[in-house]
Design a protein around this ligand. Structure first.
Ligand code: URA
Length: 449
């Protein structure tokens, strides 16, 4: 319980400093107080240092359900809430809480739009050790993620999918707060993640949303019970405003697929759209697409959704849709057939196994941090990403490995932090004499079905 001596209320002029103190002392903020903070920060009246302090207090003390709802709605209404009523049919999206090598958006947006639904996707940039869809798309020469709303609608009408970043109009509060959280270590918190994701997703003008909530060493939520709580809060938030929402709790104990890094991930996504690519990435992309088809009422069940998704890949329709989407957003569609047109790293280095045995554990977050260190992520808001930098993973948990056999190939351009990154990658793996007993399934639970 809050035991502070001063509580701002409607009759007292609100001040950010009092709201920081209130949260610091475990108080519960009212809807009006949260609105005051969010609108003041968005307008530039509350400075970064006060917002950062409040975020840290919220991170440490936590936010209850009422505060999370108020924060989400304040951030949602900080900008425009889109409606695409002029576009016939259902609009459906997917959002992931973030991981390493998680590139499913690039795969399922073309699958689902090829299958007849509209996917108006507003995505984010890399955050902490995780990659971001916008940064990945920008590895495609010319690809423009900064479309105006009018252009976004034109692309959606023409091809059924559009992938953009937050404009100044859509959830501008999240845009500012997200960038601040990334560099103040205030990311991994159920309330803050829920408000961030749901404010931009609810602003997109969608009917239904599939959430991919990651759990494990490469996720923001390492423990499954925390991921489940996050999923429940997000599903509840979406349903409260009348959307169909389901959350899949999926494994992030190791990178998804064989590739991480921006060019690498675009290439691997194209492989899956061609019916190839690694089984885990293919499996998760089809499963998420199946749920999107079902929630968008395109198919009567998830099984039928799955078959439709498989057909879109097998017939090449999803790949053609991706090509069209790239073209309409100004990108060089030739990357689909000529991946060498994606930015390429000049150098390669190997990290090898120190012993023979079985891969038992991978510290997935450290792998993401190593990638960021090499230039594939940001340490400060203004850092530029090198899209050519990447990691190629040769082994998965449970695989047999020989002494000095390759674990990871590093694609890099600058060796400034190569030794540090190599050590971090090497230390991310535990090699045991015996194969791990438990094989963790990729989709662990479904919330809100
Ligand atoms: N993705 C988001 O959009 N926001 C978060 O806070 C975390 C992941």
């Amino acid at each position: 319980m809050w035991s502070g001596c001063y509580a701002p209320n409607a009759s007292t002029r609100m001040r950010a400093v009092d709201l920081i103190r209130k949260k610091r002392d475990s108080g519960e903020l009212s809807r009006e107080e949260i609105d005051f903070l969010v609108s003041g920060y968005t307008r530039g009246e509350i400075p970064d240092y006060q917002m950062a302090s409040w975020l840290m207090a919220a991170w440490i003390r936590g936010l209850n359900r009422a505060e999370i709802a108020a924060l989400t709605e304040a951030m949602l209404h900080s900008g425009e809430v889109l409606s695409h009523s002029e576009i016939p049919g259902k609009k459906v999206d997917k959002h992931s809480t973030g991981g390493v090598g998680d590139k499913t958006s690039l795969i399922l947006a073309p699958i689902v739009s090829a299958g007849g639904l509209t996917v108006p996707m507003i995505s984010g940039r890399g955050l902490g050790h995780t990659g971001g869809t916008l940064d990945k798309l920008e590895a495609i020469p010319g690809f423009n993620v900064n479309l105006s709303l009018a252009e976004f609608r034109r692309v959606l009408r023409e091809c059924g999918m559009g992938l953009i970043g937050q404009t100044a109009e859509i959830a501008p509060a999240d845009k500012k707060i997200y960038a601040l959280r990334d560099v103040t270590s205030t990311v991994e918190n159920v309330g803050l993640i829920c408000a961030s994701i749901m404010s931009k997703k609810l602003a997109e003008g969608i009917d239904a949303l599939v959430l991919d909530v990651k759990t494990g060493s490469g996720a923001f939520m390492k423990k499954e019970e925390d991921s489940v709580r996050l999923a429940e809060v997000m599903v509840e938030t979406g349903k409260r405003v009348g959307k169909k929402v389901v959350a899949l709790i999926t494994n992030m104990d190791q990178p998804l697929g064989r590739m991480a890094g921006h060019s690498n991930e675009v290439w691997e996504s194209i492989e899956v759209l061609k019916g190839q690519g690694p089984p885990d990435l293919r499996e998760l992309s089809l499963e998420l697409s199946a749920w999107m088809f079902f929630l968008g009422a395109r198919t009567p069940g998830v099984e039928e959704g799955r078959r439709l998704a498989e057909t879109m890949v097998a017939t090449g329709q999803a790949l053609e849709k991706f090509r069209q989407g790239i073209r309409l957003q100004g990108g060089d569609e030739r990357v689909v057939d000529e991946p060498g047109r994606l930015p390429q790293a000049r150098f390669h280095a190997q990290v090898v196994s120190p012993a023979a045995g079985f891969i038992d554990v991978a510290n997935c977050e450290q792998l993401g941090t190593a990638l960021a260190m090499l230039g594939g992520g940001r340490e400060k808001k203004e850092d530029k990403i090198d899209p050519a930098v990447g990691l190629e993973f040769h082994k998965r948990i449970g695989d047999r490995v020989g002494k000095n056999e390759k674990l990871v190939t590093i694609h890099y351009n600058s060796d400034a932090k190569l030794t540090e990154a190599k050590n971090l990658i090497g230390n991310s793996y535990v090699v045991s004499e015996r194969a791990p007993l438990e094989k963790r399934p990729l989709v662990r639970r479904i919330i809100g079905a």
